[in-house]
Design a protein around this ligand. Structure first.
Ligand code: ADP
Length: 306
C-alpha cells in the first residue's frame, strides 16, 4: 500500500458504533484456493459499497457474513457476538439477496413472498400484512398479483429485495444486484437502496463503481482476496490526488500510451486525444495533474498490484 493510501486509510473516520467487526477474516476453498486473506475492518450503519474486480473474493466474504460459510481464519462479530459461535443472533437480523436468486415464474409476487415468509418462520397471522408492506417498500404494488415470470429484471430484483426485507433486517446484504439491469433500472435500484438504508447496514457488492458512487457512505475495496481500502468515498478520492493525469497526445501516440500506462479514458478532441491516466508519476512532462473521479480513485486503489 502506498504512503498516501495508508494515511488516507488511517484518517478515514472509524465507523461509528460498528455493527460488524471483522478481524483477520480469511477463507480458503477445499482445493487450497485462498479467496479471502486476513481482512480486518469495522462497519456501521449506512450503505457500504464492496468494490472489487471479478474474483476479488466479494461473494465469498458475503457468504461468510450471511453465515452460509464459516471463515477458515479469523472471526466476525455482529453487535459484539461471534457469528460462528452464535449464527442465529445474526440470522434473525439478516436479509440476503444472493447473486443467484431462484424464483417460481408461475407464482405471483405476493404468493411467492408469502411462501418465503412462511419458510422464514414469520408468524402466520402477520404474513399477509408484512408481505404487503414489503411490496409497498420496494415499489411493486402495481405488479404484486402478476406472475414473476412476466417481470423485467429490475422488477425481479425488487422481489429479491422484498424477500430480504421480510424480517426487517438490521443487516441487508445484496450481492451484485445490478447485473442484467438496464441503466434506468439500475438508477431506480440505487434509489431504492438509499430509501431502505436508514439505521440498517446495507452491504452492496459490485464491480461497477457507478452502482455505489452516489449512494455509498463507506467503501471497501478488495482485490485478489486482499483489502485495498476501507473508508469514506472522500478518503478514497483524497488518496488518489496526484496520481491521475490529463495528457493530450496525437492520435498516432495512443497505442504506445495505452501500452505503457493505465488509461482510464480517452476523449477525441480537435488537438489530439485527451487521456486520463492513473500513474504514480507524471507520464510525460506535458501531462497535468487532474482531479480524480471515484472510478479513477478506485483504479488507483487497485493499481499498485496490477
Ligand atoms: P468475486 O465475488 O469478487 O468475483 P469470489 O468470492 O466469487 O469473488 O471468488 C474469489 C476467488 O475464489 C476466485 O479466485 C474464485 O475462482 C475462487 N472461488 C470461488 N468459489 C470457489 C469454489 N467453490 N471453489 C474454489 N474456488 C472458488
Amino acid at each position: 500500500m502506498s504512503a498516501a493510501m495508508a494515511s488516507a486509510k488511517a484518517s478515514a473516520p472509524a465507523a461509528a458504533q460498528a455493527l460488524l467487526d471483522l478481524s483477520g477474516v480469511g477463507y480458503s476453498y477445499a482445493g487450497g484456493k485462498q479467496a479471502v486473506a486476513g481482512l480486518s475492518l469495522q462497519l456501521g450503519a449506512g450503505i457500504v459499497g464492496l468494490l472489487g474486480p471479478n474474483g476479488a473474493g466479494k461473494s465469498t466474504l458475503m457468504r461468510m457474513l450471511a453465515t452460509l460459510t464459516r471463515p477458515t481464519q479469523g472471526r466476525i462479530l455482529w453487535k459484539g457476538r461471534d457469528i460462528a459461535q452464535d449464527p442465529e443472533a445474526l440470522r434473525h437480523e439478516l436479509g440476503y439477496l444472493p447473486q443467484e436468486f431462484g424464483i417460481y415464474p408461475a407464482q405471483t409476487a405476493r404468493e411467492f413472498l408469502c411462501y418465503l415468509a412462511a419458510v422464514k418462520g414469520l408468524p402466520h397471522a402477520a404474513i399477509g400484512a408484512r408481505v404487503d408492506e414489503c411490496i409497498e417498500m420496494v415499489g411493486l404494488a402495481a405488479g404484486r398479483d402478476r406472475p414473476i415470470g412476466s417481470f423485467s429484471g429490475g422488477m425481479r430484483q425488487r422481489v429479491g429485495i422484498a424477500q430480504a426485507l421480510l424480517n426487517d433486517p438490521a443487516l441487508l446484504i445484496v450481492d451484485e444486484p445490478t447485473v442484467g439491469l438496464d441503466p434506468g433500472e439500475r438508477q431506480r435500484f440505487r434509489n431504492l437502496l438509499t430509501d431502505l438504508a436508514g439505521k440498517r447496514l446495507v452491504l452492496l457488492s459490485t464491480h461497477i463503481v457507478s452502482d455505489v458512487e452516489a449512494i455509498a457512505t463507506a467503501l471497501v475495496v478488495m482485490q485478489r482476496g486482499q483489502l485495498r481500502f476501507s473508508g469514506s468515498p472522500e478518503a478514497l478520492l483524497r488518496a488518489a490526488i496526484g496520481k491521475v493525469w490529463d495528457w493530450t497526445v496525437p492520435e498516432r501516440a495512443l497505442e504506445a500510451a495505452r501500452a505503457s500506462y493505465r488509461v482510464c479514458n480517452a476523449l477525441r478532441r480537435a488537438d489530439g486525444i485527451q487521456l486520463r491516466i492513473v500513474s504514480e508519476q507524471a507520464p510525460h512532462p506535458d501531462a497535468v495533474p487532474a482531479l480524480p473521479g471515484l472510478e479513477e480513485a478506485y483504479m488507483v486503489a487497485l493499481a499498485h498490484e496490477v
